[in-house]
Design a protein around this ligand. Structure first.
Ligand code: NAI
Ligand code: NA
Length: 396
């Protein structure tokens, strides 16, 4: 069928299998162009189908010839209905990995559940024996705690005071002022339960209990800090509390892994357009200014460039992993450069509907957004019939 983008609010409800496949191939080519990375060989990626997790899976496989198991939660296709983009990404990834002679299997389901953890442990036991790198890259609005049965919903709210600032509707380009009410009730606890470190810890405990972690195994989860402009709604808001918890969890896991000399890290990554970040008010305006300046400076990076640098220049150098004063790996260094942030702060004050497409990279924002769903990808014929019924080889 002919597949076109169909928008509902801030999300796109269709995705293009060939566009997604082309995105994956482009990322693979990028990794190959950067040369071999002396990294882990048996890798579990939790949240492996889009964004930073997909980039991590690609970097391990095509940078270090690693066997990968990917866990994700995606919608499969039905006749006349497209799958979610992560499904098509994972199908394309497996096809390319298998062509290259690499082991790659995937598990589609709720990574927070005991059932999906059980399936994953069994697969590692049967096929890989142990894993030496575990990437934890989930982004989800809800989590059912498997122990208590409680369903937690995360919220993106400031804490304490109403937060008022500029935002942009990136579809129309309209800049306006928005006020976000502060968190109340159990908002903070719920957000920490979904996006904090509890589930990461549960995964590592489960793997360790069954001796599935290789000696010296490393695990990495992803975090974000960002500038003072977005602090009230991000790092000092409810999601920031969850990130604080995630970062504290890294230390707790490292302690638990002392006997096998294992280590847990949080890597602070750059702000990028993903399904999650486009739903956060204020952030799209910040990203459109950030993109403009980083592109002008020749220092713009997407997920794949970020993760390539994380592996090559931080994790697998043969030397101790460089961290900041809080023990975190930083690959947001270019975003946070003082000159970049000073320029954004200046543009922020000036930004209005009439000038944003000039002083900000609204076009780049939109393109990245459509790319997430496999649209607007160079080399893809969108007028041609596309087959929506794509299998993931290991799922069938
Ligand atoms: P994403 O939305 O692209 O990827 C999320 C992944 O989690 C997908 O593979 C999805 O299938 C999977 N997933 C979601 N719920 C699941 C569930 N219940 N069971 C199994 N899999 C599930 O998100 P993105 O942006 O790559 O985020 C990953 C991490 O990186 C998050 O911790 C995020 O906070 C962090 N991060 C994101 C930044 C950004 O600007 N996008 C910046 C810095 C860090
Ligand atoms: Na991810």
């Amino acid at each position: 069928m002919i597949i076109e983008p169909r928008m509902r609010g801030f999300i796109c409800t269709t995705s293009h299998p060939e566009g997604c496949a082309q995105n994956v191939k482009n990322q693979i080519e990028y990794i190959k162009s950067k040369g071999a990375i002396n990294g882990a060989k048996k890798v579990l990626v939790i949240g492996a189908s889009t964004g930073f997790g997909l980039a991590s899976r690609i970097t391990s496989a095509f940078g270090s010839d690693a066997a990968t198991i990917g866990v994700f939660f995606e919608k499969e296709p039905a006749e006349g209905k497209t799958a979610s983009p992560g499904w098509y990404n994972s199908a394309a990834f497996e096809t390319e990995a298998h062509k290259a002679g690499l082991y790659a299997k995937s598990i589609n389901g709720d990574a927070f559940s005991n059932e999906i953890k059980r399936q994953t442990l069994d697969l590692i036991k049967a096929d890989l024996g142990q894993v030496d790198l575990i990437i934890y890259s989930l982004a989800s609005p809800v989590r059912m705690n498997p122990t208590t049965g409680v369903l937690h919903r995360s919220v993106l709210k400031p804490i304490g005071d109403v937060f008022t600032n500029k935002t942009v509707d990136f579809h129309s380009g309209k800049v306006s002022e928005i006020s976000i009410q502060p968190s109340s009730g159990d908002d903070i606890e719920n957000t920490v339960a979904v996006m904090g470190g509890e589930d990461w810890s549960m995964w590592i405990d489960a793997l360790k209990a069954e001796n599935l972690l290789a000696p010296g195994a490393t695990t990495v989860a992803y975090s974000y800090i960002g500038p003072s402009l977005t602090e009230a709604v991000y790092r000092k808001g409810t999601i920031g509390r969850a990130k604080d918890h995630l970062e504290a969890t890294a230390f707790a896991i490292t302690e638990k892994l002392a006997d096998i000399d294992g280590k847990a890290f949080v890597s602070v990554n750059k702000a990028l357009v993903t399904q999650a970040s486009s739903a956060i008010p204020v952030i799209p305006l910040y990203i459109s200014l950030l993109y403009k300046i980083m592109k002008e400076e020749g220092i713009h990076e997407g997920c794949i460039e970020q993760i390539q640098r994380l592996y090559q220049e931080r994790l697998f150098t043969g030397k101790p992993v460089p961290v900041d004063e809080k023990g975190r790996i930083r690959v947001d260094d270019l975003e946070m450069r003082a000159d970049v942030q000073e320029k954004i702060a200046k543009l922020w004050v000036e930004a209005v509907t009439e000038n944003l497409s000039e002083i900000g990279d609204l076009e780049g924002y939109r393109k990245d957004f459509y790319n997430l769903f496999g649209f607007d990808v160079q080399g893809v014929d969108y007028k041609a019939d596309a087959n929506e019924m794509v299998n993931i080889e290991s799922i069938g």
